[in-house]
Design a protein around this ligand. Structure first.
Ligand SMILES: Cc1cc2nc3c(=O)[nH]c(=O)nc-3n(C[C@H](O)[C@H](O)[C@H](O)COP(=O)(O)OP(=O)(O)OC[C@H]3O[C@@H](n4cnc5c(N)ncnc54)[C@H](O)[C@@H]3O)c2cc1C
Ligand code: FES
Length: 262
């Protein structure tokens, strides 16, 4: 059962250049909420007790790592909720419930391509750490902000990795070219991706084109996180809606219709 637990903030560690209004990119370390089992790709709903009546809903975040002592999340400040979370201090309390949703498959002997867009890199930290044959993993990281803003170096120490930065709109073509080239090399392997919707739409297109087995982790907006509100649905190829919080966030690429296509 996914119980809601109140845990303490251990640390908020800024990545890259801290901004005056709090870090834009940061690692949030929390006490382990008492979990002894979780899988990379799953997520947690988080609500600081200090949200009060100002922010009603908890916010969903991928589990970057969880060991006996600590649960680690990697967060980008994009709006009011994440700004509030960025301002938390050690000892503050947050409510968390999880681990929620589906996870990425792990096939130790299969060559596996990890494709991360921006903060979509978060679940691959735990995926790489817990994989029994890291030599079979390769990471491609596409990002807009400086690479120092993300846990890229930590991952590049663990697995073969390369990155491509999209500083201006005209750099998008090189991101797409690299995704295309790498996915074409994994037609008989496994492709796992997490990132914003346009990134996942591109990955899905090439994965289907090359017949690569591919899973996508969606970052739809969520309210309840447990299947009750239907606020997070995404269409399946069969025309039926899927609740991303319970049937996802990780889906097989051929099962969901991203970008309006089949
Ligand atoms: C399963 C899942 C895992 C996620 N994992 C992470 C993670 O590891 N790290 C991380 O930083 N974020 C992650 N997100 C996204 C994160 O939940 C949102 O960025 C956050 O809820 C925004 O809250 P806010 O109050 O700051 O933004 P709001 O004030 O609600 O919105 C501010 C801006 O952010 C945009 N936004 C809101 N929600 C999302 C979203 N889900 N995806 C993209 N843009 C959004 C809004 O459109 C708006 O432009 C994940 C989302 C899901 C569903
Ligand atoms: S967030 Fe409520 S059903 Fe998914």
């Amino acid at each position: 059962m996914k119980l809601c637990k109140k845990v303490k903030v251990v640390d908020v560690r800024p990545f890259g250049q801290p901004m005056t209004a709090g870090p834009e990119f940061f690692e949030l370390r929390l006490e382990n909420p008492g979990w002894d089992e979780w899988k990379p790709g799953q997520f947690v709903m988080l609500r600081p007790t200090s949200f009060g009546l100002e922010h009603v809903w908890a916010r969903p975040f991928s589990i970057a790592m969880c060991d006996k002592q600590e649960l680690t999340l990697f967060i980008q400040r994009v709006g009011r909720g994440t700004a509030h979370i960025a301002a938390l201090e050690p000892g503050d309390h947050v409510l968390v419930w999880g681990p929620l949703g589906t996870s990425f498959v792990q096939e130790p002997d299969t060559h596996t391509l990890l494709l991360a867009g921006g903060v979509g890199i978060a679940p691959f930290k735990g995926y790489a750490i817990l994989h029994p044959k890291r030599d079979n993993l390769r990471l491609v990281f596409a990002h807009r902000a400086s690479a120092r803003c993300y846990p890229y170096e930590q991952l590049a120490d663990a697995v073969k990795a390369e990155r491509v930065q999209e500083e201006k709109p005209e750099h998008l073509a090189r991101v797409i070219t690299l995704l295309h080239e790498r996915i074409s090399q994994y037609a008989d392997g496994l492709v796992l991706a997490c990132g914003p919707a346009p990134f996942l739409t591109t990955v899905r297109k090439y994965a289907l084109e090359y017949g690569a087995r591919c899973q996508l982790s969606l970052e739809n907006r969520m309210a309840c996180g447990v299947g009750a509100c239907l606020g997070c649905v995404t269409p399946g190829v069969d025309g039926e809606n899927r609740r991303v919080c319970v049937e996802g966030p990780v889906f097989w690429a051929q099962d969901i219709a991203l970008g309006g296509g089949k």
